[in-house]
Design a protein around this ligand. Structure first.
Ligand code: BG6
Length: 472
């Protein structure tokens, strides 16, 4: 058995992490533009006013804005069938709440989509990827306010109509489930909260606003072009119990329900799952449901389910067990797995498990839209970058993904995260590199931005041309 014909092999990015040109062409500041750089041990800071001497990694990022032709050409050389990028909402509506869009911003994405088509690459567009216009934070405290739903739907209306013949695949929100954790308030919702207060109610209501916005966007998109395929996107963390102790098993199940399943259930099935009620009650969360919301959710179910997968987590009811780091969520140490330099536990078989689990539950096409290894790369004296560790990571995950297809999972595509080096979302670093393409830029923003293929570049080219058969 092989991957289906037309399988969407490719790479993934987000505007705030690679586009740069943060104030060019009429663009306004996004929430990401207000976040400083950081490191593995020094967290990024949120600033409400730009500080003069501070380095803001998104402002230039890797300047895809000025290099898009060169970058897309390299994606074409690798044989990409698809390229996942996000539209910077504040390039289209600089403050987020204007009534008329910014033509120069719209034109930029026209050019990018045309360039992709020229290289036979299908765009896969995330409508909102951790880059809410900062104007919406200032005016409404972001997604905490229901007013933002209307702004988002207006933005969708503009981009759906403008690109209806250029883009077929859309994702309404990147990792929408980031709002289930405190860390996600600003990044996922543009919400500024006092970290000392209990933010659960604010975040889960903001999440409800995003569910409503997503459902309205799906319905609208299908009206504008019935051929659109519009998906949800979840940060999926395969969750194991630490032992067969029933307490660990129940804890893992609960974590899985809230962190992984809640958002998919609502976006795929069109209603809140029954387990949500008890969780909300125990946490003192009251979701403000307006009349008609249930109908809206039902009418806006997504066409496909996409997710990011980097690692698995382990839950233990025993508070003395050693905890580790991870993508959004940590968990306890899994002695059977190795970790990346950033402490993320690498688990290719967990990807097979996750694909099976998700498909069993929803029975709609799936897509892995993020997977990859953040690592420190060394440029050798002869200029080469021998990233065998990245090849190993990707090979092992692709093998398990193919096993899941043999298990019967309907899989549309795979876009490796950060196919070109870009700014890390969690730490704001350039040092944490994911790409097949190296970009000369460091954590302080120094470097001439020139691009060069790493060893993994040619490896992935062969993977794509063999439709996933040649993994050596
Ligand atoms: C995902 C995000 O959570 O993980 C991306 O959707 C992010 O935006 C990716 O870049 C990898 O995380 P990080 O922190 O290593 O950049």
């Amino acid at each position: 058995m092989k991957m289906q014909d037309g399988f969407l092999w490719g790479g993934a990015t987000a505007a705030n992490q690679f586009e740069g040109g943060w104030n060019k062409g009429g663009k306004g500041a996004s929430t990401a533009d207000m976040m400083t750089g950081g490191t593995h041990t020094r967290p990024r800071r949120i600033t409400t006013v730009l500080e003069e001497k501070t380095h803001y990694p998104s402002h230039e990022a890797i300047d895809f804005y000025g290099h898009y032709k060169e970058d897309i050409k390299m994606f074409g050389e690798m044989g990409f069938k698809t390229f996942r990028l996000s539209i910077a909402w504040s390039r289209i509506f600089p403050k987020g709440y204007e009534l008329e869009p910014n033509e120069e911003g719209l034109k930029f994405y026209d050019d990018v989509f045309d360039e992709l088509r020229k290289n036979n690459i299908e765009p896969l567009v995330t409508i909102s990827h951790y880059e809410t216009p900062f104007g919406l934070t200032q005016k409404y405290n972001g997604w905490a306010s229901r007013e933002v739903v209307e702004c988002y739907v207006r933005y969708c209306d503009v981009i759906f109509k403008r690109y209806k013949d250029k883009v077929k695949y859309w994702i309404t929100f990147n990792e929408i489930n980031i709002l289930t954790i405190p860390f996600g308030a600003f990044m996922g919702g543009g919400i500024i909260v006092d970290e000392k207060e209990n933010t659960d109610e604010i975040r889960f209501n903001a999440l409800h606003h995003q569910f409503i916005a997503s459902a309205k966007a799906v319905k609208l998109g299908h009206e504008i072009n019935p051929n659109f395929k519009i998906g949800c996107m979840i940060a999926y963390m395969c969750t194991y119990p630490n032992t067969c102790n029933p307490d660990d098993i129940l804890l893992a199940q609960k974590k899985d329900q809230i962190s992984n399943m809640l958002c998919g259930d609502i976006q795929v099935r069109g209603y809140y799952p029954s387990f949500a009620a008890r969780y909300f009650e125990e946490k003192g969360i009251r979701i403000v449901m307006e009349e008609g919301d249930e109908e809206i959710l039902k009418e806006g179910c997504v066409d496909f389910y996409s997710f990011s997968y980097y690692m698995s987590t382990v839950e233990s009811a025993d508070p003395t067990v050693e905890v580790v780091e991870g993508n959004l969520l940590g968990g306890v140490k899994n002695p059977y797995l190795e970790s990346s330099d950033w402490g993320w536990q690498i688990d290719p078989k967990g990807l097979r498990w996750s694909l099976n689990n998700i498909y069993d539950r929803y029975q709609i096409p799936l897509m892995v839209v993020e997977n990859g290894l953040g690592a420190v790369d060394t440029v050798e004296e002869d200029g080469s970058i021998n990233d065998d560790y990245r090849i190993d990571y990707l090979r092992n995950h692709i093998i398990q993904m193919e096993e899941a297809v043999k298990d019967g999972v309907e899989l549309m595509g795979y876009t490796m995260w950060g196919c070109i080096d870009l700014v890390s979302a969690s730490t704001g670093e350039m040092k944490k590199r994911y790409g097949f393409i190296y970009v000369d830029k460091d954590n302080e923003g120094k470097g001439d931005l020139h691009r060069k293929p790493k060893k993994s570049f040619n490896w992935y080219r062969k993977v794509i041309s063999s439709n996933g058969k040649d993994l050596e």
